[in-house]
Design a binder for this molecule. Structure first.
Ligand code: GLU
Length: 306
């Protein structure tokens, strides 16, 4: 596959696409993959693939294979080998222990039920700090929470502009390691994104509200933080997010040109109609020379356009 040559060479861009294998690739994830791929390739950067497979109950057998073969059918080519979060569980655990050792995190015995009864929780602060000073040990059933004080997190999203969060009221002491001995989504994603040195994270706007805690966690490691760029999520006609949990239909790769055309359209790129009838390679080459982030609508969601 040809890559665009017209832009100046900026070797520092590193991007990724990080699907969870809870089902086959659906149209919503295709749109995210297209946006992150075009951002990477049009910046002459790297694009990697990470499989977020650390939540076994939500995984579907064969989903990884389906996702990879759909991506290939749509003409995506990723750099290096695919990264699997499930291969990094010992590392996540080690970092969680370090956070505890350095008093940045504490163990908590509160059950979800207890927390729901707390007046603080009802006021919108998700954790009132009950276990902060108890010095609880690491035991199955105990969650590990980051200690959050009055922290103000501000960042400039590539689509949504300046975002500003008061972490104490937005998330409170958030979980980094779960009681069932698995890393939280926030811990795994933040560590991977930092360690792989991604310069920009392109992903669905449903994750925008989690960005503040991810940036907060990343700040603890003294590394360059990535830029963030959130794109609208795709909903069905009833306004329901297309997701594997809601049985969004798998992509029919026999219609890959049409679906790729639709993805570009939903990303505000105004592709000409005739592209539907062209090859995948032709459409990618059109996209390379027309890609404009500023054309993406700064909306949380948009309805699937077909
Ligand atoms: N695994 C997440 C998903 O499938 C994406 C995580 C991310 O891009 O940060 O929605």
């Amino acid at each position: 596959m040809k890559r665009p040559l017209s832009k100046p060479f900026t070797p520092y861009y590193r991007g990724r696409f990080a699907p969870s294998p809870s089902g086959p690739l659906h149209y919503g994830s295709l749109v995210t993959a297209v946006a992150s791929y075009l951002q990477a390739r049009c910046n002459r950067g790297l694009w990697q693939l990470r499989i977020e497979d650390i939540d076994p109950p939500r995984e579907q057998k064969g989903a990884v294979r389906d996702i990879l073969s759909s991506l290939r059918a749509f003409g995506f080519d990723w750099d290096g080998s695919v990264l699997y979060q499930s291969h990094r569980l010992a590392y996540y655990r080690h970092i969680a222990e370090q956070l505890h050792k350095h008093h940045l995190a504490f163990y908590c015995e509160c059950s979800r039920k207890q927390l729901m009864k707390s007046p603080e929780t009802r006021l919108g602060r998700l954790y009132e700090g009950k276990c902060r000073k108890l010095g609880l040990p690491s035991l199955t059933g105990h969650t590990l929470r980051m200690r959050v004080d009055k922290e103000h997190i501000k960042f400039n999203d590539g689509v949504f502009g300046v975002q500003s969060y008061d972490l104490l009221t937005d998330s409170g002491d958030y979980i980094v390691y779960r009681g069932d001995q698995l890393p939280s989504y926030t811990l795994a994603v933040s560590l991977d994104d930092l360690q792989q040195g991604y310069t920009e994270l392109v992903r669905g706007a449903d994750l925008l509200h989690l960005s503040a805690r991810q940036l907060h966690l990343m700040q603890q490691f003294n590394r360059q933080l990535p830029q963030l760029l959130h794109i609208p999520i795709i909903t069905d006609a009833n306004g329901q997010k297309l997701s594997k949990q809601h049985y969004a239909t798998a992509l029919d790769t026999r219609h890959s040109s049409f679906l790729l055309y639709c993805a570009l359209k939903d990303l505000g790129q105004e592709p000409p109609k005739y592209l539907c009838y062209r090859s995948i390679n032709y459409i990618w080459n059109w996209a390379y020379s027309h890609w404009r982030v500023s054309s993406i609508a700064p909306e949380m969601s948009i309805k699937q356009g077909f």
